[in-house]
Design a protein around this ligand. Structure first.
Ligand SMILES: NC(=O)c1ccc[n+]([C@@H]2O[C@H](COP(=O)([O-])OP(=O)(O)OC[C@H]3O[C@@H](n4cnc5c(N)ncnc54)[C@H](OP(=O)(O)O)[C@@H]3O)[C@@H](O)[C@H]2O)c1
Length: 278
């Protein structure tokens, strides 16, 4: 057990950030969670909730007071618009005495990530997770209401990762020595097709799920109908139709950094079974 530290988590109400909060608390650290709207946030009682907006870095000054570690996201608006304020955020963090920074990589160029990598005054770790297991929650409506999943590219392989494991890697990197100037690709323990994922969810809910393969055109139609912007649709087509090697290669970062194996999708499905029951 390392000594108790004060950590500021940005993106704390999000899929990954909430797990960073949970894993830090489990390790006995003090957590300050940043949100733009504290009234909407729902954290365990031990968490100190602070308001601030990453697009207005000076709003973070009170939140940064007394923290030694900082978890950052690279976006700050609708559909993950990249933050332009990275250099100022880093300047404020250094001035506040932050010694360790983790950044959740956003999959594209980022001024914030560049500023972190260029900062030799802090120990930084870039977290590069592959597909989140939590993305399966997008299937919940189709499974609950129609018992089906409609997807293109069903034989694509994914090394999908449990978001709790991303949080665990972040918590260790933020509070222990030895993770500075590192770029960690974070995956789950196995390669899965869409069919494998659907089978795991069916086993967890105790009811069959039909997998219906969409053509590329049908998938684009479905995503447009769901209101996804064209650039996001283009990203999905590329990510699913032509998954880069990094997204379909299992690595042992979770075990190496946290000392315990990465969680499986069967475990994730059991934890979330209620979200898929009719
Ligand atoms: N989904 C995947 O498979 C996958 C895989 C690899 C990487 N990623 C990357 O993961 C990131 C998404 O993470 P996530 O899913 O955990 O996010 P998320 O669940 O969508 O949560 C978004 C978070 O960002 C915060 N936020 C947004 N704008 C803000 C601002 N201006 N100031 C302060 N906070 C702000 C929100 O806080 P409030 O609303 O409370 O203020 C919320 O906590 C993206 O960069 C994506 O590229 C995703």
């Amino acid at each position: 057990m390392t000594e108790t530290q004060n950590i500021l988590v940005t993106g704390a109400t999000g899929t990954v950030g909430l797990q960073v909060v949970t894993e830090l608390l489990a390790r006995g650290h003090r957590v300050r969670a940043l949100t733009r709207d504290a009234a909407k946030a729902d954290f365990p009682a031990d968490v100190e909730v602070v308001e601030g907006d990453l697009t207005y870095p000076d709003s973070l000054i009170p939140a940064l007071e007394g923290v030694t570690g900082l978890h950052l996201i690279t976006f700050g608006g609708a559909y993950f618009a990249p933050l332009e304020t990275g250099p100022r955020i880093l300047e404020l963090a250094r001035a506040a005495g932050v010694r360790r920074v983790t950044v959740l990589h956003g999959g594209g160029p980022s001024r914030l990530e560049d500023a972190v990598r260029a900062d030799d005054g802090v120990d930084w770790t870039v977290l590069m997770p592959v597909e989140f297991m939590a993305n399966a929650l997008e299937w919940s409506d189709g499974i609950v209401n129609r018992g089906e999943v409609k997807e293109p590219f069903v034989s694509r392989l994914s090394a999908m990762v449990h978001e709790g494991d991303i949080g665990a890697v972040a918590a260790v990197a933020l509070t222990e020595e030895g993770h500075g100037s590192q770029e960690y690709v974070i995956t789950g323990p196995e390669l899965l097709t869409v069919g494998d994922k659907v089978a795991a969810l069916a086993a967890a809910r105790g009811q069959e799920i039909a997998l219906i393969e969409l053509t590329e055109e049908q998938a684009v139609e479905q995503w447009r109908a769901a209101g996804r912007p064209e650039d996001v649709i283009g990203f999905l087509l590329e990510a699913y139709g032509n998954t880069p090697e990094i997204g379909r290669t299992v690595v042992d970062t979770v075990e190496k950094v946290t000392g315990r194996p990465a969680r499986t999708f069967a475990q994730w499905s059991a934890e979330h079974a209620e979200a898929f029951k009719g």
